[in-house]
Write a protein that binds this ligand. Structure first.
Ligand SMILES: CC(C)(COP(=O)(O)OP(=O)(O)OC[C@H]1O[C@@H](n2cnc3c(N)ncnc32)[C@H](O)[C@@H]1OP(=O)(O)O)[C@@H](O)C(=O)NCCC(=O)NCCS
Length: 194
């Protein structure tokens, strides 16, 4: 029998007590208390987000944001996904979300996903926050492989992926139906051994 492998995800309580920090941001696990603020941020950036994120039209009531926030907490506790709210270190305002989705314990793998509110974009904040999330994945969770994909026309996201040093793997054709059109995805990965 091969040795059983599993990711080692620190508890939400541990991360709440000691959030990940970057120069300008603080990353804390999303939980029910974030629901109302998530709703405000998504409402305020709906057009910016819905161009590339297929879930945005479904997050269309405060109740939907509350359910998402609750799901983040239960996904974290069940080891399915690790999603952080990105907060401004000075004002504590919620700027966006970054996380590791589709955690597969057997293969020590996961998928990086992220978004920023519109008025937080263009300042390098996602490169900073996602970089901390990637370091957390490799150093604390024991991830071996992180996949990341972005629509071939999503130049802002492709810029983040490039700055984080992910390596290209290929194109997934018509991978998502988003904003009433099919988009191809450019697929990338980063290994703990890269
Ligand atoms: C994808 C997304 C998070 C990228 O945000 P972003 O702000 O462009 O990315 P960064 O935070 O890394 O900032 C990079 C930009 O800030 C600029 N910048 C300023 N200071 C910087 C710094 N210290 N370090 C790096 N970049 C800096 C860069 O030049 C770049 O601007 P440019 O694209 O005009 O050249 C954002 O566009 C978004 O939320 N989009 C909608 C949702 C989405 O597409 N999610 C991803 C799906 S795959």
């Amino acid at each position: 029998m091969p040795k059983r492998r599993a990711l080692s995800i620190p508890s939400r309580a541990a991360l709440r007590a000691e959030p990940l920090r970057t120069e300008r941001t603080r990353l804390t696990p999303i939980d029910a208390s974030d629901g109302p603020e998530l709703w405000e941020v998504i409402e305020g950036s709906r057009e910016h987000l819905e161009r590339w994120l297929p879930w945005v039209p479904f997050n269309n009531t405060p109740e939907a944001s509350r359910r998402y926030a609750n799901a983040c907490a239960s996904d974290w506790d069940a080891g399915r996904a690790v999603r952080f709210g990105i907060r401004d270190r000075e004002t504590d305002a919620l700027l966006g979300v970054v996380g590791l989705d589709s955690c597969v314990h057997l293969h020590l793998s996961c998928e990086l996903g992220y978004w920023l509110r519109q008025d937080a974009a263009g300042r390098g904040l996602m490169t900073e926050a996602a970089g901390a999330c990637v370091r957390f994945a490799f150093a604390r969770v024991g991830v071996h492989r992180i996949r990341c994909a972005a629509a071939t026309g999503n130049h802002a996201s492709l810029g983040v992926i490039g700055r984080l040093g992910f390596k290209p793997e290929g194109i997934a054709r018509q991978a998502e139906f988003v904003a009433s059109r099919w988009v191809d995805h450019a697929v990338f990965s980063k290994l703990s051994t890269d």
